[in-house]
Ligand binder design. Structure first.
Ligand code: PLP
Length: 440
């Protein structure tokens, strides 16, 4: 596995980062269920702690099972290195906190998952980090909202639940000219787009979704593209260019250089993960590796089924509007075609003609689809975001993130398409009947 760039994702998902266990020759990645690792000598321990030698110290900071997951995810996204953490939320928070401190700001797309919106609007603000929200359909908005304390741009590639693809290349370019890296959340589009190919500097994922794929384990990852020249922007990026008192004055852009272009993710590991402790458990890392191994197969089925569902809904008399990248028009369609090279994703949004009441009746009538907050499970899932995932947002904030009162989001699974369409048909009929009865 020497030249990872020439190997296909389906092969990387099974092989990258691991061949066989060095002590037992086990072919499946073992679960290293240990907190600690015995040091060879006092000198060895000292070297590990000073980072002059890399190796296992303590599972809060690294673990051999988690290490395989990290290597595999970095290979699949074409990045330099990765850091797995306890959840997607941890990944988003650390990615920002790794660059921004009190008094700094980031500029973020409005099109976000509700939990990220809440993290940015409330918790980061309470920590003194201002998040400036801008409409991503006009990339120049990012430039106009930036100043000399803007440490990062943030966006979701295929925003959940708005589903309008983010202009990755355009905004990455605006940022690079100013020394501002683009962090993208690629949770909804793994293997469908590779944000590093378009200039993003950091990728985060909620591994809880398509990558785990089976709804068993919560996890997240931060992947360093290794493609951002931190040292070239000392004023705009002080976190990586000024001495860190928590590591004897290490300047991360320089200290990491002998290990590769991994300054961002190394700093996150040895400072934020060390201090805040949002570590992934080895058992969950194992589950997520199992999921990742079949991701390429599953994502094909998700995409094929979602496309059928979107077209079915588009032709259904009870449906007012369908939101699926393949059916979009204008600039959104152009971006979808340009970026979603591997397919249009597994998420479909739609609005019923009879609005909120019909939307809720539809959800209550589903028999095959699960009514859950998750996405990306192998099973089909549905939710009414306005009353659940986005309920803590104001109505105006909901609209900004693409949520209207009657909007339903489907995460289309990999069941047989006929069974998926049959469930949707009966639930749409039941919703229509419910509204009729209420009117009588
Ligand atoms: N990012 C996106 C796009 C999500 O959909 C979610 C969860 O739904 C998250 C991040 C947060 O991930 P987690 O639930 O693993 O913390």
């Amino acid at each position: 596995m020497s030249d990872l760039d020439s190997i296909h994702p389906a092969t990387l998902a099974l092989h990258a980062g691991y061949r066989a266990d060095p002590t037992t020759n086990a072919v499946s990645v073992p679960i290293y269920q240990t907190t600690s690792y015995q040091f060879d000598s006092a000198e060895h321990a000292g070297n590990l702690f000073s980072l002059s030698e890399l190796g296992n110290i303590y599972t809060r900071i690294m673990n051999p099972t988690t290490d395989v997951l990290e290597r595999r995810l970095a290979a699949i996204e074409g990045g330099a290195a990765a850091l797995a953490v306890a959840s997607g939320q941890t990944a988003s928070a650390y990615a920002v906190q790794n660059l921004a401190v009190a008094g700094d700001n980031i500029v973020s797309s409005t099109d976000l998952y509700g939990g990220t919106w809440s993290l940015f609007r409330n918790t980061l603000r309470q920590q003194g980090i201002e998040v400036r929200f801008v409409d991503p359909s006009r990339p120049e908005n990012f430039a106009e909202a930036s100043d000399d304390r803007t440490r990062a741009y943030y966006a979701e590639t295929l925003p959940n639940p708005k589903l309008e693809v983010f202009p990755i290349g355009e905004v990455a370019e605006i940022g690079r000219a100013r020394g501002i890296p683009l962090i993208v959340d690629n949770t909804a589009a793994p293997l469908l787009t590779r944000p590093f190919d378009h200039g993003a500097a950091v990728i985060v994922h909620s591994l809880t979704k398509y990558i785990g794929g089976h709804g068993t384990s919560v996890g997240g990852v931060i992947i360093d593209g290794g493609n951002f020249d931190w040292a070239a922007h000392p004023d705009q990026q002080p976190a990586l260019n000024t001495p860190d008192p928590s590591y004897h004055g290490a300047v991360w852009a320089e200290a990491a250089a002998p290990l590769g272009p991994i300054a961002f993710v190394l700093k996150a590991r040895v400072t934020l993960l060390r201090d805040l402790g949002g570590a992934l458990s080895p058992a969950n890392a194992f589950q997520l590796i199992q999921g990742l191994e079949t991701l390429p197969l599953r994502i094909r089925e998700h995409v094929a089924n979602a496309s059928r569902v979107a077209n079915f809904l588009d032709n259904h008399p009870a449906v007012a509007r369908v939101n699926y990248p393949q059916l979009q028009t204008g600039a959104a369609a152009r971006r979808a075609h340009a970026y979603l090279r591997g397919g249009y994703g597994g998420l479909v949004g739609f609005e019923l003609k009879d609005g909120d009441r019909a939307g809720r009746a539809f959800i209550d009538s589903l028999k095959l689809f699960y009514h859950v907050a998750n996405i990306g499970d192998a099973r089909s899932l549905a939710i009414h975001p306005a009353s659940t995932t986005h309920s803590q947002l104001t109505e105006a904030e909901q609209r900004d993130t693409g949520v209207t009162p009657g909007y339903v989001r489907l995460s289309v699974g990999i069941e047989h398409i006929d069974d998926i369409l049959a469930d949707l048909t009966q639930a749409l009929d039941a919703a229509t009947d419910d509204v009729k009865q209420a009117a009588e």
